[in-house]
Write a protein that binds this ligand. Structure first.
Ligand code: GS8
Length: 220
């Protein structure tokens, strides 16, 4: 029995928090999720543990805080190496980190542009988003998962964003399955894992949340 205390400062719709939660679930590590009110009332604990960005997720392991989801994933991998999420060869690892970085830099921001824009700007945003996902389809190739036969690091980095796809589809009037069928097939494979399906929020709830934010930001 582990005596580790593991806390995630969380937000239910955050794809970045979901990365940390899926990785911990894959390693079989129990954790406590503390839901933050990001709009109105960030906790003292969040402000204290992530004073630089004041964002979730924060992983607090036996009282020590780790911030930024990709840094958290690496910390989880190094602290609880089994089962591994990354391959052992440094070159292979570099390739996984390349795609993790690509996803991190591109996917969420491009998706957000779809719901934050209208008219011509939204068409441009949609095209850009689909191009990014098509690039990821190229990286996936014929493989079941980004790392090959088993679910791993890059899958964990990417899969949480798919719970936002329904919201993007609703706002942008398009269907991911028609535009990027290989990626949607990969998404369905990932969702067969309990660590993923139990962690990710209901896409319809995310879509309601996006509608609420559109109203809040005066986008409609
Ligand atoms: C992003 C975290 C983030 O944006 C990471 O951990 O990978 N690069 C970081 N967190 C958001 C919630 S998800 O959209 C957040 O905490 N926002 C609060 C704020 O911006 O004040």
């Amino acid at each position: 029995m582990s005596t580790d205390e593991v806390i995630i400062l969380d937000s239910w719709a955050s794809p970045f928090s979901a990365r940390a939660k899926i990785a911990l679930a894959e390693k079989g590590i129990d954790f406590e999720s503390k839901e933050e009110d990001l709009f109105n009332n960030k906790s003292e604990l969040l402000l204290k543990t992530n004073p630089v960005y004041k964002k979730v997720p924060v992983l607090i392991h036996n009282g020590k805080a780790v911030c930024e989801s990709l840094v958290i994933l690496s910390y989880i991998e190094e602290t609880w190496p089994s089962p591994p999420l990354l391959p052992s060869s440094p070159y292979e690892r570099s390739q996984h980190r390349f795609w993790a970085d690509f996803i991190d830099k591109k996917l969420f921001d491009a998706g957000s542009k779809i719901w934050k824009s209208k008219g011509e700007a939204q068409e441009v945003a949609k095209k850009e988003f689909i191009e990014i996902v098509k690039t990821l389809e190229g990286a996936l190739g014929e493989k079941d998962f980004f790392g090959g036969e088993s679910f791993g690091f890059v899958d964990i980095v990417a899969i949480p964003f798919t719970s936002w796809f329904y919201a993007y589809e609703q706002c942008g009037s398009f269907k991911m399955e028609e535009e990027c069928p290989l990626f949607v097939a990969w998404m369905k494979r990932c969702l067969e894992r309990e660590t993923v399906s139990k962690t990710l929020p209901d896409p319809a709830k995310v879509s309601e949340f996006v509608c609420m934010m559109k109203k809040m930001f005066g986008i409609e």
